[in-house]
Design a protein around this ligand. Structure first.
Ligand code: WTA
Length: 652
């Protein structure tokens, strides 16, 4: 890293360096006793049931788990409502006037909603949805910036038993359209715009493009967020302003009692095919999992000010901006915009301003902060922080130690949390009051979770490297892929038997039982903590009229973790120019979203293929990673590789 002070790390970075929890932290932590692991192991169902019983149920469950691999039902027979658990029970308690959401917009505007405010707005919006014909089981698409209305809309859906499908505001019109159509959403909530680095992202305009081809949508609700002078198309009869509808809506809306296994939401995520999968989460188990992990991993207390910087459009935002913290009655800070706007200390100034005590962000952000230098955080008083967390990709030890020292002031436990959209909640993580952490390791499976390392044959490897598998059901686990039950089995539960969940990640286990995550082993990339399928990017590229064939691989990137490199063959007679590279990058942004733009596009006459015509991505990865080229004996034409390597080195 460019910061000269990095040299100071050498003492902290020694291989054997470990970080026991500070005594002062341990003394007050929710978990102070190692025995929690053994207890959960002795009876995992009882362990989870104890957390479930801390939630509010309308009808108690009769059976904790019904496991018919690979299909699980948790808290069978129980009924509850997620919005009641996240809002009502706090609004009716001593937390009535406690801040539930402290929100800051990128331009610096602010809004605070107490639990009582949230209670009223959620019910009002639930009534708005009902009035527009949304009822139990209907799907509602949410395409919004990070504003309180997004959380309100999610909770309002939950209140009436509608299923939300949040689509990240950075996704393109086409991505929005495909997700709306796959879920057959009946209603869309969007905004006129949202702020990003001083610009307004014209969300409604993008939604309008999607709406040309989404026959299931009957109504659109527009939140006014952007600059009022911005022209917004309002289609008579279909489009309605949020604030107008809310004016007439009653703040009393009785919650639906939902079965524990009723769908709470769908969230699309990238996999190994060109088409994102709609991951299905249900009510009782998901809420139990996010509630329990928020409480224990973040050691959540009533006086905390908690900030998870993720966008709500990703699972981290669902579980750890909305459901987990609100189920705990926490004060949640939300920030709409970019970390470097207007300056590179925006996060640190917000931590100082709001007295944030728990901070949760991604390694890609931490690496950017390192690059920007310690002077930015040093300008601010970060002494309120008592715990800091990381999620989304493997954290390199240098970034871990930098985070620990310059943000955590060497006083805050660091929780590196491994999990996935599919797992719903944190699966591998330290427990901050008891775990001695090692930079770069996510430590141990959360109590009650059983994770193992498998070799290709499915044998459990007691220590060393292999494939990470989860070998026992857990409450927040996905219940399916929306509309594709067969793919659920094939994708996740078919490699080593129906009771072994295949994560797609590689990991190694050390002699002390710590897991070290090594990244994806499938065709899924992790670019700046965002999941992107190589096939999706390839499909977007070949969709361009000039492209004959495309192969996409990941390459290491100092800040983003991985960047996208694309090898493209053009159709006969088309010549790849610099302008053409830009055009293809824009094309990918239009098809998927700016996050999927390749860093490098290499035009090539040939791609390395086996004699049977399969593109050998492994070899392309070697080129993109600048490694010696691996075994080429199966190639139809081995000379392709030498040419490509030279070309790649010259062009990038
Ligand atoms: C990666 C994000 C290492 C991993 C919550 C996983 C991590 C994918 C970590 C899921 C971590 C997430 N250490 N790798 N602490 N957290 N990952 O679905 O490859 O967006 O499979 O969920 O991110 O990404 P997703």
């Amino acid at each position: 890293m460019s910061d000269p002070r990095t040299a100071e790390f050498s003492d902290l970075l020694r291989e054997d360096r470990t970080f026991p929890p500070p005594d002062s932290f341990r003394a007050n932590a929710h978990v102070r006793d190692e025995r929690i692991y053994a207890e959960a192991e002795r009876d995992p169902e009882a362990f989870w049931a104890q957390f479930a019983s801390e939630l509010e149920w309308s009808t108690p469950w009769t059976q904790v788990l019904d496991w018919r691999p690979p299909h699980a039902k948790w808290f069978v027979g129980g009924t509850l409502n997620a919005s009641v658990n996240c809002v009502d029970r706090h609004a009716r308690s001593h937390r009535r006037n406690k801040a539930a959401i402290i929100w800051e917009g990128e331009p610096g505007d602010r809004r605070t909603l107490t639990y009582w405010d949230l209670y009223r707005e959620v019910q009002q919006f639930a009534n708005v949805l009902k009035k527009l014909g949304v009822s139990r089981g209907d799907r509602v698409a949410l395409y919004l910036p990070l504003i309180p209305e997004l959380a309100i809309a999610m909770l309002a859906c939950a209140r009436i038993g509608a299923v939300h499908s949040v689509v990240f505001g950075g996704f393109s019109s086409e991505s929005l359209r495909d997700r709306i159509n796959d879920a057959q959403a009946k209603l869309l909530v969007t905004a006129d715009g949202g702020y990003r680095r001083g610009q307004i992202v014209p969300l409604k305009q993008m939604a309008d493009e999607a709406l040309q081809d989404t026959p299931s949508i009957r109504n659109v609700i527009i939140v006014q967020r952007g600059d009022r002078s911005m022209p917004v198309h309002v289609q008579e009869g279909r489009d309605h302003w949020y604030h107008r509808l809310m004016q007439d809506a009653s703040p009393v809306c009785a919650p639906e009692a939902m079965d524990a296994e009723d769908m709470l939401y769908i969230l699309y995520t990238s996999g190994t095919t060109g088409k994102p999968k709609g991951i299905v989460h249900t009510t009782g188990g998901y809420l139990t999992g996010t509630y329990a992990t928020t409480k224990l991993v973040f050691d959540m207390k009533d006086e905390d000010v908690y900030w998870c910087t993720a966008d709500i459009g990703w699972v981290t935002g669902h579980s750890y901006v909305v459901y987990g913290p609100l189920a705990n009655g926490a004060t949640v800070l939300m920030y709409e915009g970019a970390p470097d706007w207007p300056q590179k200390d925006r996060f640190w100034s917000m931590i100082e301003k709001y007295g944030v005590t728990i901070f949760y962000t991604a390694p890609t952000a931490i690496r950017a902060f390192m690059r920007w230098g310690v002077d930015w955080p040093a300008k601010h008083d970060l002494s309120t922080l008592r715990l800091i967390g990381s999620v989304g990709e493997p954290i390199n030890p240098e970034a871990w130690v930098w985070y620990y020292r310059y943000i955590g002031g060497e006083r805050c436990p660091v929780v590196d949390t491994w999990w996935q959209t599919e797992t719903g909640a944190i699966m591998i993580s330290p427990l901050p009051g008891i775990t001695t952490t090692r930079p770069g390791s996510a430590s141990r499976p959360f109590p009650g979770i059983k994770a193992e390392i498998k070799n290709e044959r499915g044998e459990t490897v007691p220590s060393g490297g292999g494939l990470l598998a989860i070998t026992r059901p857990w409450p927040a686990m996905l219940r399916g892929i929306y509309g594709d039950p067969e793919r659920y089995v094939r994708q996740y539960w078919n490699r080593w038997g129906h009771d072994v969940y295949v994560t797609g990640d590689g990991a190694k286990l050390d002699a002390d039982g710590n897991f070290w995550l090594l990244g994806r082993v499938d065709d899924v990339l992790n670019v700046a903590g965002h999941r992107i399928g190589t096939m999706e990017v390839e499909s977007a590229l070949v969709d361009h009229p000039s492209v004959a064939e495309a192969a996409v691989v990941g390459k290491p990137h100092e800040i983003k973790g991985q960047a996208i490199a694309a090898f493209v063959t053009l159709k006969e007679g088309i010549f790849g120019t610099k302008a053409h590279v830009d055009e293809l990058r824009e094309h990918v942004a239009r098809k998927i979203g700016a996050i999927a733009k390749p860093d490098d596009i290499i035009f090539t006459a040939d791609l390395p293929k086996t004699r049977s015509g399969k593109i050998m991505r492994r070899l392309l990865r070697d080129i993109a990673e600048g490694k010696a080229i691996g075994d080429t004996t199966t190639l139809a034409d081995a000379s392709v590789m030498a040419k490509l390597k030279t070309q790649y080195e010259n062009e990038t």
